[in-house]
Design a protein around this ligand. Structure first.
Ligand code: SDX
Length: 428
């Protein structure tokens, strides 16, 4: 017998079904609430509201659990390639050898970006923010592929659109990087694996001269896997609400990239490095900056700390912290901000303000240190987050269409003026 919750409001009592997921999470199905009682719920930031059921990613914030399609993130980060994880998120299972070879082959056939897109790069100011470029270029892909505009076309057409976006995104990211540093672009070498090809296009000097550092490829592969999906976060929810109107995939993902840019979300990885640099330039006084973060009259927050869901630890932060140590050591990089980050983390984890609010380092706290050690400028950090999150956005968009989810249209509680009559300009 399915559980229910009883709601009594004035002289109306209704039974609301309790939905239970495969990990024993429970939710109240309120789809009949307004029709039965005239009430809507109010939940700013949707802190208590589930937008959908989903079979893609499972998080447990108290236990610090993160699994993609049931596989623990620790095992995927250690053993899988980013394209294996992308396939897993998109199609539901890890690919066998033939499936992975076919997926890699399909991706390799679509890595080139239409040469006309170079004109976009000429138009951007030389030091314009890479996220602004990425948002507009990804949305513009829809103008090059009019057959992608209808997400309800055949499954083959939808799959081709997903493959095109996955395959071209690294090329676009590398072109943005090259523009940022004023270097000529490097074209894809499709005999290389996904991450090696990306690193060659980004840090290579000439298309034909391939020099790949295995340590860096391994670190980037791990970072992209750790960012690949995170259930109904801000940017994914944005992709889905735009996609729920049946806008095309490029437009939906472009909207998600916009949401990711915010410093409270993916933009935090850039904000963390800027914060650590400020602390370093300020003499490394971590106590002073912790006090600022705790001071309600001070707008400063400890970037890279806190999370809407994780209230114990972010499992990704633990993996990235270890990777930061090993990558910097292998690259022989001695980055003073790494020591400041560790000092800051140590102090915050022992501070009542942070402990009482369950504020721990999140995925963004250490990732920027690795990106900087590899050679990315700080304004490229959130673009790297988007590169990692892309398969998750696409998988969640695909699932939303498969579930035939209705267009997203939340209600509100109006608190403005009651009815009043128009007043002519001369009488105001
Ligand atoms: C990502 O959702 C996802 O899954 C996101 C993500 C993903 O993979 O998609 O994991 C990626 O976005 C990680 C988060 C990156 N953002 C930051 O690091 C920015 C700094 N963190 C915060 O702004 C904040 O912690 C959030 C936005 C991450 C979470 O905010 P919530 O859940 O809305 O929590 P809150 O703002 O209500 O804070 C609760 C309390 C408040 O204090 P009180 O009013 O109770 O006294 O904690 C305080 C906040 O002031 N607080 C902080 C803080 N974060 C929360 N105080 C100082 N420094 C911080 N970082």
């Amino acid at each position: 017998m399915a559980e229910t919750a009883t709601l009594t409001y004035k002289d109306t009592t209704i039974e609301l079904p309790v939905i239970e997921g495969s990990e024993q999470e429970k939710g109240l199905d309120i789809s009949k609430l307004r029709g039965s009682t005239g009430l809507v719920t109010l939940d700013p930031g949707y802190k208590n509201t589930g937008a959908t059921t989903s079979g893609i990613t499972f998080l447990n914030g108290e236990q610090g659990i993160l699994r993609y399609r049931g596989y623990p993130i620790e095992q995927l980060a250690e053993n899988a390639s980013f394209t294996e994880v992308s396939y897993l998120l998109l199609y539901g299972d890890l690919p066998n050898k033939e499936e992975l070879a076919g997926f890699d082959r399909k991706l390799s056939m679509h890595t080139l970006v239409h040469e006309d897109i170079k004109n976009f790069f000429l138009a951007y100011p030389s030091k314009s923010h890479p996220m602004g470029q990425l948002i507009s270029i990804v949305s513009s892909l829809s103008t090059f592929y009019p057959d992608s505009l209808d997400p309800n076309r055949s499954a083959e057409k939808v799959d081709l659109t997903m493959i095109r976006l996955l395959a071209k995104f690294p090329t676009i990211v590398s072109w943005i990087f090259k523009k940022n540093i004023g270097h000529p672009i490097v074209y894809p070498q499709n005999h290389l694996d996904f991450v090696s090809n990306f690193m060659h296009m980004t840090f290579g000097q000439r298309t034909e001269d391939v020099e790949i550092d295995a340590v860096i490829v391994d670190a980037v592969n791990k970072l992209l896997i750790l960012h690949a999906d995170h259930e109904q976060n801000c940017s994914t929810s944005t992709v889905k609400i735009v996609g729920s109107s049946h806008a095309n995939l490029y437009a939906s993902v472009s909207a998600g990239i916009s949401a990711l840019w915010g410093p409270l979300h993916g933009g935090a990885n850039q904000a963390v490095l800027e914060m650590l640099e400020n602390i370093r330039l300020d003499g490394g006084n971590t106590t002073k900056w912790l006090d600022k973060a705790k001071d309600k009259s001070d707008p400063f927050r400890l970037m890279g700390f806190g999370h809407r869901v994780y209230k114990n630890f972010d499992p990704r932060a633990i993996i990235i912290k270890k990777a930061a140590d090993s990558v910097l050591e292998k690259l022989g990089v001695d980055d003073p901000v790494l020591e400041i980050a560790k000092k800051l983390e140590e102090a915050a984890l022992n501070d009542d303000y942070f402990k009482s609010r369950k504020l721990f380092p999140n995925v963004d706290f250490y990732s920027g240190i690795i990106y900087r050690a590899i050679g990315f400028p700080v304004e490229m950090f959130t673009v790297m987050f988007a590169l990692g999150r892309l398969p998750g956005w696409i998988a969640q968009w695909k699932e939303m269409l498969e579930l035939k989810s209705p267009i997203g249209r939340p209600r509100q509680i109006y608190t403005g003026h009651n009815e009043r009559n128009f007043v002519a300009l001369n009488d105001r």
